[in-house]
Ligand binder design. Structure first.
Ligand code: OAD
Length: 246
């Protein structure tokens, strides 16, 4: 169902030199990946996030956490980027400075062709030592979880769990991109989890035009200059077409 792109927004994007984008789970929903809060449906419905997405939960039950991520890793590997991911990869080519910051851990932006991707919350395809935090490429696939070859500690997904710090270099680059852009697009995120949710507010404070793309209202909506109330897979191809790129 096409939506109306405000002419003023098209004009702002056409004139912009630097664009920064923040994406959340919503941009991958149309690829068939449940949004973060929906991920606990079906088989995992009776576990709470504190058991599955925290280092304490991992320490308590490493096998359960490892298997939950292994199941999500398989699901992610089996889906394709959608028109929203692909439109962002096209949009990137149009601007001299385009930064895509994502909270997602599914690699779908990279698989769609986006190059300048900053992963604030890690990546489910990567595995690291739970003690040394070094990323590991080879490990025993039938152990659950496998152990680090150099120190013997359990391996874990290279993702940010609740209560853990974000990778400092990625966060610093994301904050700089928020402060230096002309237009900031917040796409498919409930804007509840900090520090990612602070990025559009930093952009607005620095004078950028803030645009939200989300079928629902969020905590960001009343700070946004434009709120496009539709799915990313519908809006982003239309934005590209309005800019004469589609
Ligand atoms: P959420 O599940 O909190 O929010 C997903 C948002 O996407 C909601 O606002 C939906 O309305 C919206 N949405 C759904 N379908 C959409 C579509 N087709 N197009 C556009 N928007 C759509 O996911 P996040 O905001 O990404 O953190 O959650 C942020 C972080 O909270 C996650 O990265 C995770 C979680 O704690 C960590 O794992 C550290």
């Amino acid at each position: 169902m096409p939506i109306e792109i405000p002419p003023k927004l098209t004009e702002r994007l056409a004139r912009a030199r630097r664009v920064t984008v923040l994406t959340g789970a919503g941009i991958s929903a149309e690829s068939g990946i449940p949004t973060f809060r929906d991920a606990l449906s079906g088989l995992w419905a009776n576990y709470d996030l504190q058991e599955l997405a925290t280092s304490e939960g991992f320490a308590r039950n490493p096998k359960l956490v490892w298997e939950w991520y292994a199941e999500r890793r398989l699901r992610v590997a089996g889906v394709q980027p959608n028109p929203g991911h692909r439109a962002l990869a096209q949009l990137e080519k149009r601007y001299e400075a385009f930064t895509l910051v994502t909270q997602n851990i599914d690699s779908l932006h990279q698989r769609a062709g986006s190059r300048a991707v900053i992963e604030l919350h890690g990546n489910i395809a990567r595995v690291k030592c739970s003690r040394e935090h070094t990323v590991v490429s080879e490990f025993a696939r039938d152990d659950s979880p496998p152990c680090c070859a150099s120190c013997g500690a359990y391996l874990r997904p290279d993702v940010v769990w609740f209560g853990e710090l974000l990778p400092p270099e990625a966060l610093a680059r994301a904050e700089a991109a928020a402060q230096e852009c002309d237009v900031f697009l917040s796409i498919g995120t409930s804007a509840q989890v900090y520090p990612a949710a602070d990025l559009p507010l930093r952009a607005r404070a620095a004078g950028a035009t803030v645009v939200e793309i989300n079928p629902e209202k969020t905590a960001l909506t009343h700070h946004a200059h434009f709120a496009l109330r539709a799915p990313a897979g519908v809006v982003l191809p239309q934005l590209l077409a309005a800019l004469g790129e589609g």
